[in-house]
Design a protein around this ligand. Sequence first.
Ligand code: ADP
Ligand code: MG
Length: 720
Amino acid sequence: MAHLRYSALDLVQKRERIEVRTPSEKISDYFGELAFGPKQMKAALSPEVYAKVDAAIVNREKIDPETASAVAAAVRVWAMDKGVTHFTHWFQPLTGATAEKHDAFFDPINEIENLKGSELVQQEPDASSFPNGGIRSTFEARGYTAWDPSSPIFIYGSTLCIPTVFVAFTGEALDYKAPLLKALDAVDKAATKVCRLFDRNISKVNAFLGWEQEYFVVDKALYEARPDLVMGGRTVFGHNPARGQQLDDHYFGAIPGRVYDFMRDFEIEAHRLGIPLRTRHNEVAPAQYEAAPMFAAVNVATDQNQLLKDLMNRVADKHKLKVLFHEKPFAELNGSGKHNNWSLVTDSGINLFQPTSSARENLLFLIFLVTTVKAVHEHADLLRASIASAGNDFRLGAHEAPPAIISVFLGSTLTKVLDELEKNGNVKIEKGDNLYMKLGIDQIPEIILDNTDRNRTSAFAFTGNKFEFRAVGSDANVSNPMTVLNLIVADQLRDFYRKVNKLIDGGQDRRLAAVDVLRDYIKTSKKIRFEGDGYSEDWVKEAKKRGLSNVKDTPYALDFYKDEKVIKVFERHKVLGRIELEARHEIMLENYIMKVQIESRVMGDLAHNHIIPTAIAYQNKLIQNANGLKDLGIDSSEIIKTIEEISKHISNLRKLVHEMIEARKKANKIEDSRKRAIAYCDDIKHKYFEPIRYAADKLELFVDDEDWPLVKYRELLFIR
Ligand code: ADP
Ligand code: MG
């Protein structure tokens, strides 16, 4: 193993940079050339067909067979022109990865290349091996994929990829996309209704998402010499390097050469696929970086994020690098998140979270702002559940990451506006009064947040013209949190609409009615608002006093999915049914168990087969040395102390690993997955991971560097 470490280090020394050529000086020359987006569709389809497809996308309607055939024919010609031979339905099963099954265009019966309309619209992959949480028994493993025309078809390698939903034959969703599309539909419907109370020009509201993807990059050979990274994506052992992130010198520093080449390379490929990447920079921890695109419709942005992660893996391979998407690959360093910037925009072009100089639009702004706060207040626990994963548990609440407590930050300006609104809500309005002025909402500054009024420690922050959900993990499929966020806001908007309508029916002015409901929302959602330091211990105490949940571990956080209130809100908007929620709960628990189990096994294996033998070999060297010293009559007491120390850690390590294996055996016998997940969490992870790591990391400090088998943190983080 020490041999593997040194040959890996040797390889890294010999690495050469790989030349990256841009197809053209201007990104616009090749942007989107591999995506069959609106521009390409317009060029390839007759105006009538294009109009039908466009209408179907806008209204989320089914595409008729004739139109589907026309699109299939056009997209096949477009793709074959670019050397494409196969097509696949590209979908997002609950494994967290993306899946595809490739079929050739070649039709052997007629000996022609073909793509039928029906093949574009629907496919039946053998679904037996995808997780379904017990929805379908495997003997009738019938699920089908169905085209989602709202996300562009794209070319990946020599394959045409058709974004699809994945559903069971019996109708239940088996993927991430199906419920997301339904939640987006729900928020559109509810938001449009509310908008139309005040503005008849609005007939649709779209949700937008701009994600910021954080990740680590390490050399491929070093990665491969770390079984824990290979198996679990995270280092389970490793002493902190002398220099970590204390200097803060990595943040926005120069990007190292090979990583820079890699970034340029994947950016070019992303641009060709129509992913509008704009931002690249170093993050806080050494070897940590971020990529962010221009925001897009939630559904499209979600697909782009999944696609980009895959693309980054492939391009990294070419550069002999490895991307780590895990939320916490290195202990004691910052973890990786994926901030979800989210907004609602009307088809008339109004960003509903953008304060303006128009008083009427500001009322809409306040309605959407306050309703969102109220939605988060009502469903903070569900939001927490939506970001729960074994990896994110390591990140939340540690090293510059938001805690597991959900709260909303609004900034001082808006806090003042809401305070005013609450106070002035029942002012007397006389004929001819400027109602907006009387309510104090006529003048909200258009640019609300300057740099001093930015709170980076909040899980859910208002950032000027959008909300930023920061607790999402870097490895997550953002469909989950985006489904929940759009769903709960839809539900709150529905509530708002009903209450306002009732007041209007009772004869009240609609603006005053809206303000009445807002005042109630402001009053009843106060405990979710927090402007202070979300990273501080004080906040943990304060949140507890307020009665906010602080659930640190996934198996417990997932319980929120079983709440009657949660099931009701999913059912009310037909996003997921009770059975589907139960199935998902089951899958997420199993996923958690698997992750912790793998880590625990890797720990045992590394300790037993690598660390303990190495430590013993080194100890023997010391014993020889001590004996030699004794023969010469020289004092060997210091060496003997070291030998004793090493002995202590070795036997601790042995004992703990043995106990952990026993605990695993016991946990594996538990039938109920929730109880098994809890056993893995409490009796294995919390009980053994830290103490085992402590002993192993101590031994790393004792053993001769020459002999140490695992690539060290300083090598992983600083050599490239
Ligand atoms: P920061 O790191 O300061 O939070 P970035 O510029 O890195 O900000 O990321 C901001 C992200 O927010 C980008 O992906 C951007 O496209 C996105 N964004 C900007 N405006 C909106 C909006 N109205 N709705 C959704 N996302 C937005
Ligand atoms: Mg951000």
